[in-house]
Structures are given as C-alpha cells and as structure tokens.
Design a protein around this ligand. Structure first.
Ligand code: ADP
Length: 405
C-alpha cells in the first residue's frame, strides 16, 4: 500500500508518499505561504531532486492539497497514476491531550476531540485540523489516521506529569505535562531495543531527541515514564529559539519592566531565546559550533556550554528517576550529527561509569548518520545513535490501523 504522510502547519504543509512494500519514499514536498496573501510556493522532490515547482496564490489548505495531489499524479513527473493508488493518509497531530494514548482512525468524534484540545495546542491543532479536513475534501473515501505527538508520553505516572500548582487547575483546565516528539521517542526507543538485541520491555533507556526543538524521554521497559517538554514544547533544555525551563517569575519581571504582555513574552521565549537569544548569532547548531570552536565567540561558547550542561543534567535526573539506565540514545539533527556534543555530554557522566568510544564517535560523518553503537569498552551504559524517522513511524501506524478496517 502507498501511504501519504501529511504534516500541516498554519501556513505550510509538508508531505511524503511512502511505498509500504519496502518503506521507500516515492516523493516528498512542501507547500508554503498558505493563506498569507501574495504568492505561495509548492514543490515536490523525487530522489531529492525538485521535479515540480509552482509559485502562485495558495489561499487555503484545500488549494494546497490540490497542488500536492496534482504533483503526485502528474502524468510526466508524478509517482502514481491515480489518486486511488494512495491507500491511506497519516496525519501528524500535535496535541492529543489526555484522550489519545495511541494513533486512531479519523472520524467525526476524533475531529471533535482534536478541536477540544485547541486550547492546549492553540498554534498547531487548528492547522492540523485544516490539513485533515482539506485532505478529506480532495480525497473523499480515503481512510485517514491521526498520529499524535503527545500519545507515547501518556504512560507517564502522575508524579512525573503533575505540576505543583493547586490540583483544581489539573481538574478544571487539564494543566499537566504532556510531552512532545512522542512519535520520534517511540520509534527510536523501539529501534534501539531491537538494535541491542532486546525487546522494548526488557530495557531502560533515555532517548535524546535533539534538533531545532529538543526533548528527552525516560523510557522504562517500553513505556515513557518522564519527558522534558511540558504542557507546551517550551519546557526542557534550551533549544534553537526556545528558552527551556526557567523560574516563571522571569516572565512577570520582564513583562512588568518592559510593559509587554504575557503573550509577547511567551513569543520571545519561543522564538527569540535559546541558542539564538544567548549567542545573538543563530539558532543553528552548526553555526554555534563553528562560532565557539573556530571563531572563539564568547556568547556562542556560553550557548554551547548551557546546552551541554542542561542535557547532561536531564540525563542525570532521568538515571536517578529510573534508578539506572541500559542505554542513552541520541537522535534528531543535532543528536545524529554533532559529534562533539555527544562526546561532551557523555564525558560529563564519567563518574557513573558511562563512556563513549571517542574514536568511533569522531569518525561519524555528519549528514550520514545510521544506527551506530558508540559504547566504549567497559561502559556501564550503551551509547547509541539511532536516526529518527517520524514519517515511517506515522506510516506504520497508519498501515496497521487501516488494514484492520
Ligand atoms: P527540527 O527540530 O526542525 O526537525 P532537526 O532535527 O532537523 O530540527 O535539527 C536541526 C539541527 O540539527 C540544527 O541545529 C542543525 O544545526 C543541526 N545539525 C547539525 N549537523 C547537521 C547536519 N549535518 N544536517 C542537518 N542538521 C544538522
């Protein structure tokens, strides 16, 4: 079966068509500047070469879906003859709240539940819904599945997901930790167990998804027991542009001093902070690494040091929380490609008898990560790099659910 994966944002839509016979990507593409006035942009790549490229007004997600399907079924450049060859669509949905503990086939009840969670995911859930509804309109009759970023984390115990504010906020407003990147943490943790020759139920591990957005998860015997992101993706370590966790009073202090609203301040915390805010240079780890180690830029060095320190502290706390771990797994653009970061983080855990094979780590070529065991001889804990593939994870869930229909 061929499965289309859709990740709809408020003004963009990313897609990928996967042939489940061998899990190969037949085509992928992006539609940008949807509904922003002026021209939008849509493309499709096959084998990483752009084969379709259009610049024209794209007023809404329905138009975006028409463009996507037009590319996929294009008589010359397309990869399927007819839309009917696409057996199902898997949608990435940000916030499933407490309702969704796993992926589901989309029906009206599911649409209502995603809408109910809009207050928890005000930026993403409305966009995800628009993407689903647009696909339903242009592909009537094709089964659709929702895969939630939050679902894998729903096994966390209350002691890990509750915040220390009065309990009524949990009851009345559902205030709690939800966690994100769940599809990646699930994919990588299962894969890591398999790579270790074990079943997920036999091992404890810490999965470090480090990208432009970063989160760690403590996964004990196949189940998530803690994660660093919170009610929104803002909590955790510093990220590309996010501040990560801090004393909430910082927000009040800056708002009162600079006469800005909480919304404005949260925008600063989400979009202008983290590596970008500290270095004043860039949110991209490649720039931060070069500025730190080649140009000797002190603020880039500070951003680098903060990130290493925070990741190391989180790993330490999860080792304590799970009373041990069998593996530490790196994934995401940074986790897979920034060799020096892996080295410094693991070197910071040497007291616990955890060690990385420095030579093997240094020999990994950025941009070509594959499943790799970087454990040094004698280390108590395995150090692994497992490249994430959220699209394949979504496609597998979609296939499993639609074959049961
Ligand atoms: P997102 O959270 O947007 O999915 P990614 O997982 O793609 O982000 O990670 C982006 C980060 O990975 C950037 O900070 C980038 O600098 C870093 N990175 C380091 N080396 C590479 C590389 N060779 N290819 C891609 N990203 C890299």
């Amino acid at each position: 079966m061929k499965i289309l994966i859709v990740n709809a944002g408020s003004s963009s839509l990313k897609y990928q068509l996967i042939d489940m016979a061998d899990e190969s990507t037949l085509a992928k593409g992006l539609v940008e500047r949807i509904g922003m006035g002026g021209d939008g942009h849509a493309n499709m790549k096959v084998d990483d070469q752009v084969v379709c490229d259009v610049v024209e007004p794209i007023p809404d997600h329905v138009k975006a879906c028409h463009l996507m399907l037009g590319f996929l079924t294009d008589p010359e450049k397309g990869v399927v003859k007819d839309m009917k060859e696409i057996g199902a669509v898997g949608h990435r949905v940000l916030h499933g709240g407490s309702k969704f503990t796993e992926s589901v086939v989309i029906d009206d009840t599911v649409l209502d539940a995603i809408a109910e969670n809009i207050p928890l995911g005000p930026l993403h859930n409305p966009a995800n819904l628009m993407g689903i509804k647009a696909c339903q309109e242009v592909m009537p009759g094709t089964p659709m599945v929702a895969v939630f970023d939050t679902a894998f984390h729903q096994t966390m115990p209350p002691k890990a997901y509750m915040y220390g504010v009065p309990y009524e906020y949990y009851e009345r407003l559902h205030v709690r930790r939800y966690g994100f990147h769940g599809t990646s943490h699930r994919f990588v943790s299962r894969h890591a167990a398999e790579f270790m020759g074990k079943k997920p139920e036999e091992v404890k591990m810490i999965t470090c998804h480090l990208g432009n957005g970063s989160s760690l998860a403590a996964v004990a015997y196949g189940k998530c027991v803690d994660t660093s992101m919170g009610i929104t993706p803002l909590e955790g370590m510093i990220m590309g542009t996010r501040s990560g966790v801090m004393d909430p009073a910082v927000i009040q202090y800056i708002c009162n001093n600079d006469h800005i609203s909480v919304d404005e301040m949260l925008n600063i915390c989400n979009k202008k902070s983290g590596l970008l805010g500290i270095s004043g240079l860039s949110n991209d780890m490649r720039d931060i690494e070069k500025a730190t180690f080649v140009d000797n830029n002190p603020r880039a060095r500070l951003a680098w040091d903060m990130l290493i320190y925070e990741i190391t502290k989180y790993i330490g706390s999860y080792i304590a929380g799970m009373n041990g771990t069998d593996a530490i797994v790196f994934t995401g653009g940074i986790g897979e490609n920034t060799n020096r970061l892996r080295e410094q983080v693991i070197d910071g855990l040497s007291w616990m008898g955890i060690a990385i094979d420095h030579e093997k780590n240094a020999a990994m070529r950025p941009g070509h990560a594959e499943d790799t065991d970087l454990t040094a001889e004698g280390s108590r804990v395995k150090i692994l790099v497992i490249p994430t593939n959220e699209e394949i994870a979504i496609a597998r869930d979609t296939l499993e659910l639609v074959t049961k229909l």
